[in-house]
Design a protein around this ligand. Structure first.
Ligand SMILES: [Fe+2]
Length: 178
């Protein structure tokens, strides 16, 4: 074996040995994770705009809630990007790419507080669909690390959505499903 072949073998075994997933099965997961990363970035920026521009009697509640949500989104952006790196790929890192591939769209923050909450609920719906796509691709590859991480995101986002939905209701609508 030549020296260069030995170096190649050494590099391959050392870099790839911790992943027990076939490389061809990783690419579809990466594709969906990059879309999720883009979705979270646009969602994050929507929340920042809402945090800055919210007005009215609900200002103190919503200003703080939007900050809590964008702080959570910022953490998830980093975790998603680092999951992609853990799977030995590079995350998308340019906003121009995010805007091309994201399903979540930019929203003007010159709207009412109720419209802001409606937009956030809509963004959550889109992100939840994308999270499901990631899980399906990860299941097909036996990628337990991604399934575990994304599973927690789903439960968390569903819970926050329930709370925002409850906030949107009148106090006389007593049925949760209404
Ligand atoms: Fe602030």
């Amino acid at each position: 074996m030549t020296v260069s072949a030995l170096i190649l073998l050494y590099t391959k075994t050392n870099i790839m040995s911790y992943l027990d997933i076939k490389s061809e099965k990783i690419s579809p997961i990466i594709e969906e994770l990059n879309i999720l990363l883009a979705d979270y970035h646009v969602y994050y920026q929507n929340l920042r705009g809402f945090h800055w521009n919210v007005l009215g009697k609900n200002f103190f509640d919503l200003h703080e809630k939007f900050e809590e949500l964008y702080t959570d989104a910022r953490i998830k952006v980093d975790e998603i990007a680092e999951r992609i790196l853990t799977l030995r790929h590079h995350p998308e890192s340019q906003f121009s790419s995010y805007l091309k591939i994201a399903s979540v769209t930019e929203v003007s923050s010159m709207i009412s507080d109720q419209e802001m909450v409606n937009h956030i609920l809509n963004n959550h719906e889109i992100i939840l669909k994308q999270l499901s796509k990631v899980v399906k691709k990860a299941e097909a590859a036996g990628d337990e690390g991604t399934i575990d991480m994304i599973g927690a995101y789903i439960g968390n986002l569903e819970k926050v959505s329930w709370m925002l939905n409850a906030w949107s209701k009148d106090t006389d609508s007593q049925l949760v499903g209404k």
